[in-house]
Design a binder for this molecule. Structure first.
Ligand SMILES: NC(=O)c1ccc[n+]([C@@H]2O[C@H](COP(=O)([O-])OP(=O)(O)OC[C@H]3O[C@@H](n4cnc5c(N)ncnc54)[C@H](OP(=O)(O)O)[C@@H]3O)[C@@H](O)[C@H]2O)c1
Length: 156
C-alpha cells in the first residue's frame, strides 16, 4: 500500500486501519515531507515489520531499501514534496524500481485549505495547482505500470 499524505489526517487514519486490520503483514509506504510524523505513525503500528526511512537526497538510503526489498513486511517513509515535479518524479521512479506491483494507492497529500495570493514555486508550478491537481496526475502516470488494478485490466 502506498499512501501519499499518510503522515497525517485521512491518509494516516486509513493506513493505520489497513495495517492494523492485517496485523502488520503488509508493505506500507507512507509519502510525505516530515519524517518525524512518519516515525510517530510507525511507532503506533503493530510490531514486526522493519522500519525504513528514505530520503532521495541521501544516496545511502535508497540503496539500502533496494537490497532489502521483497524480503517480507515493512513500513517505509519516503520523503517527498509533491509540489516539486522533479522530486515527485524521482519518488515515482523509486517506487517503480522497488515494487513490482502496488495494490492500494491513496492520494490524500496536500493542504486541506489554501487561500491567499498566487505563488509560483522554484520549479515554476503555481502552489495551489501543484498541491491540489497536478501531482495526482503525475503520480497516476508515474505509477500506472505498477498499479495492480491497471495491470489486471492489461493482463485480462
Ligand atoms: N479533512 C477534510 O475534511 C477534507 C475534506 C475534503 C477534502 N480534503 C482533502 O483531503 C486531503 C487530505 O486532508 P487531511 O485532512 O487528511 O489533511 P492533513 O491532515 O493536513 O494531511 C495532509 C497530508 O499531506 C501531506 N502533505 C501536505 N503538503 C505536502 C507536500 N507539499 N508534499 C508532500 N506531502 C504533503 C502531509 O504530510 P507532511 O506534512 O509530512 O508533508 C500530510 O500527510 C487534502 O488534500 C484535503 O484538501 C480534506
Amino acid at each position: 500500500m502506498v499512501v501519499f499524505g499518510g503522515t497525517s489526517g485521512i491518509g494516516q487514519a486509513v493506513a493505520r486501519r489497513f495495517v492494523e486490520g492485517l496485523g502488520g503483514r503488509v508493505k506500507l509506504v507512507v509519502v510525505g515531507r516530515r519524517r518525524a510524523r512518519g516515525e510517530r505513525l510507525f511507532g503506533i503500528l503493530p510490531e514486526g515489520p522493519r522500519r525504513v526511512y528514505v530520503d532521495l537526497d541521501d544516496e545511502e538510503s535508497p540503496a539500502e531499501v533496494s537490497r532489502e526489498d521483497g524480503q517480507g513486511c515493512s513500513y517505509t517513509f519516503l520523503a517527498c514534496d509533491i509540489s516539486l515535479p522533479s522530486v515527485l518524479n524521482r519518488a515515482c521512479a523509486w517506487l517503480r524500481e522497488r515494487y513490482k506491483r502496488v495494490n492500494f494507492l491513496m492520494l490524500t497529500a496536500g493542504p486541506a485549505f489554501s487561500v491567499g495570493e498566487r505563488k509560483v514555486n522554484e520549479e515554476g508550478v503555481e502552489e495551489r495547482l501543484g498541491t491540489w491537481v497536478y501531482w495526482r496526475f503525475a503520480v497516476l502516470g508515474g505509477l500506472m505500470c505498477v498499479s495492480s488494478s491497471l495491470l489486471s485490466v492489461c493482463e485480462s
